[in-house]
Design a protein around this ligand. Structure first.
Ligand code: MF3
Ligand code: CO
Ligand code: CO
Length: 323
């Protein structure tokens, strides 16, 4: 009898599972920097949040978005084989502090670091530690900055050195999926259209769309009650209104959508250990369509600058294009 070929069988992931490193001491924030309400206790406010921002809040969110986006580009310029994720955390931390911003993840529900670094099969919320990035890894860096009373949240998945074509494709298609979701944002659109567009954009590739973690309203609170699923959920028919601000941050897996949590209580991995990619922008709904808030003042966002770039291969000086 002919051996039946298992449908959807994937080749094994291109690298062994990520190992946990050592988490360094908490970095300090100078006293002049205004902090979010949870900075001391770790507990975010539970008060109800408004979905629509005031004009002043929107102006502040442009500032917070610009700082987060610029910090992400700066971190990206240091991604290369051999750098530790803790070193990336230091670079992002210092950039935000120098800009007068508080790194929003620091002590958010007790999270110990100033950004998240999620390598290979890690889906999100990886804690920067002493592990060195390896040639061929992919790493998502997720930066959130708090300044002028509001948060800006953005992430990019970087290619570390000689990344295999399959992983590079996953990363680029995840970036396209985020943009497919963003493209439908405008007044009168319904929330489910975003996830529907994302799901449709990756459907041809058989990827898993993560369901347990979703986009979120953002403003004076890091996460508001507004939920933005990255899959089609027809029950979420909330109508978008000008002045709403939220993130779109799809996590797309090479394999299945199922997840596991590490025993550190933060790090989320794919159950099948296949790789996962993610991109994130903070978006404003405008009168006519939408505006990306997480764009640096001086050029394109990291997702655009680093698209297709194998970080760290050009050792001639500048580790990455500066745009
Ligand atoms: N930046 C993540 C998001 O996109 C949240 C990180 S919260 C942390 O929503 F506690 F894990 F840092
Ligand atoms: Co977010
Ligand atoms: Co984020």
């Amino acid at each position: 009898m002919a051996k039946r070929k298992r449908r959807n069988a994937l080749p094994p992931p291109p690298s062994p599972p990520v190992t946990q490193g050592l988490v360094g001491p908490v970095r300090s924030v100078r006293s002049g920097i205004p902090r979010p309400e949870y900075a001391l206790t770790g507990e975010p406010s539970s008060r109800a949040s408004r979905a629509v921002r005031t004009p002043d809040e929107i102006e502040a969110m442009r500032v917070a978005g610009r700082v987060a986006a610029a910090a992400l580009v700066e971190v990206g310029r240091h991604v290369r084989p051999g750098v530790t994720s803790d070193e990336l955390d230091r670079i992002g931390h210092e950039f935000m502090i120098d800009a007068g911003a508080y790194p929003s993840t620091l002590n958010y529900r007790g999270f110990p670091k100033s950004l998240c670094t999620s390598v290979n099969e890690i889906v999100c919320h990886g804690i920067p530690d002493s592990r060195k990035l390896a040639d061929g890894d992919i790493v998502n860096v997720d930066v959130t900055a708090y300044i002028e009373g509001v948060h800006g949240d953005t992430s990019c998945t970087f290619l570390v050195g000689e990344v295999d074509e399959d992983s590079a494709q996953l990363v680029e298609r995840t970036r396209s999926a985020m943009h497919a979701g963003i493209a439908v944002v405008g007044p009168e659109a319904r929330v489910f259209e975003i996830g529907r567009a994302i799901e449709q954009s990756v459907a041809p590739f058989g990827y898993g769309v993560v369901r347990e973690f979703i986009g979120h309203g953002i403003g004076d609170q890091f996460h508001t009650s507004l939920q933005i699923p990255h899959y089609h959920d027809p029950r979420n028919d909330t109508v978008l209104l000008p002045g709403m601000t939220f993130t779109i941050e799809p996590m797309i897996n090479r394999g299945g959508p199922r997840l596991d949590m590490w025993d550190d209580g933060w790090t989320v991995a794919t159950r099948d250990l296949q790789r996962s990619a993610q991109f994130e922008h903070t978006i404003l709904v405008t009168e006519s369509s939408h505006e990306l808030l997480t764009v640096p003042a001086d050029g394109p966002p990291a997702e655009e600058r680093f698209a297709g770039v194998r970080c760290g291969l050009d050792t001639s000086g500048d580790p990455a294009p500066t745009g």
